[in-house]
Write a protein that binds this ligand. Sequence first.
Ligand code: NAP
Ligand code: G4F
Length: 333
Amino acid sequence: MKKAFITGISGQDGSYLAELLLDKGYDVHGMIRRSSSFNRERIDPIFASHPNKKNLTLHYGDLADGSSLNRLLRTLKPEEIYHLGAQSHVRVSFDIPEYTGDITGLGTIRILDAILETGINTRFYQASSSEMYGKVLEVPQKETTPFYPRSPYGAAKVYGYWITVNYREAYGMHASNGILFNHESPRRGESFVTRKITRTLARIMAGKSNELSMGNIDAKRDWGYAKDYVEAMWLMLQAPEGDDYVVATNETHSVREFLDIAFGLVGRDWNDYLKVDPKYFRPTEVDLLIGDSSKAQKKLGWKPKTSFKELVTLMVREDLKLEGLDPDRLMKL
Ligand code: NAP
Ligand code: G4F
């Protein structure tokens, strides 16, 4: 039985990846941080109902705490490490830039160095991001496109990317960067734009809200489905050598288009609810992202399975259910 270690297991991607690895028969160990509020709602359902739930174990640790990382790696000796933990919110990174640099940037070197210090034989996945392309220097963005980050988060991810490349080259580690473009799901954090839209829409339908406060709705993103994207992470660690891959749908859509589809599905017009609030604008914005994932398609055999329209539909559906509403009655498909 292969053993995997996941940082950020309580996040959107961590929960889907844990399920995927349990499905494949892995012994899965995840790191969670201590919090005074509940932070396991994405993983508790796995403990409740996954057929291989006995193969999932959680451990306390923190990306700010190198000693906990060292201890966990020394004792667990995982064959695969998926490093997904991060302060992952771009807008928030402008408010807490130093913390973002520490957790999102230095967190990566703490793990890589723990691998080196403990001498374990493992494969490493770094959750790199399309935010590194920022003010894009090429359209579409691919592995060779230069980075131009536009936020403390993007800059921290550029550090994580290059230190992963450096440890691969300096110490011969099997270490890979997945440069993932935006990916969403019903498990997406509620302050990211897609989930904020579908969650608020469901609350509007339930009569609990009549307003949607947003920032720049002209921004364009390459949005895929998180469940499809965790498969690419796994495939990278099965490849004979570590490498860097763009993971994207090769399509771009504006926030406006997301609003059109989501509200259109339940016969509402978002213009009736939208309030533009300056607090959601960023000091520097990433206007356009669109990825070229042909390398991942060719070398890993990975391709996205879920279209943009299907993604919006499944998110609206799940959020309506969360409000106790019947999607089959409310949605026009
Ligand atoms: P997410 O839902 O925000 O999850 C982040 C995870 O990191 C959570 O489990 C969180 O724990 C954990 N974490 C935060 N600070 C930590 C700390 N100090 N110590 C230990 N763990 C900590 O993010 P996601 O959407 O799943 O994304 C996963 C990774 O991919 C992140 O690194 C993100 O930056 C990157 N990424 C995401 C996308 C995307 O579109 N989703 C695209 C490219 C790259 P709590 O639950 O306790 O907060
Ligand atoms: O959903 P977002 O907050 O995602 P963003 O900034 O693209 O970052 C996400 O994707 C990255 C990959 O490219 C990840 F690395 C990162 O961890 C995160 O998962 O915002 C998307 C767009 C932005 O242009 C933002 O300005 O939506 C715009 N937007 C407009 N109104 C809003 C809002 N974003 C948020 N969060 N909230 C709004 O009210």
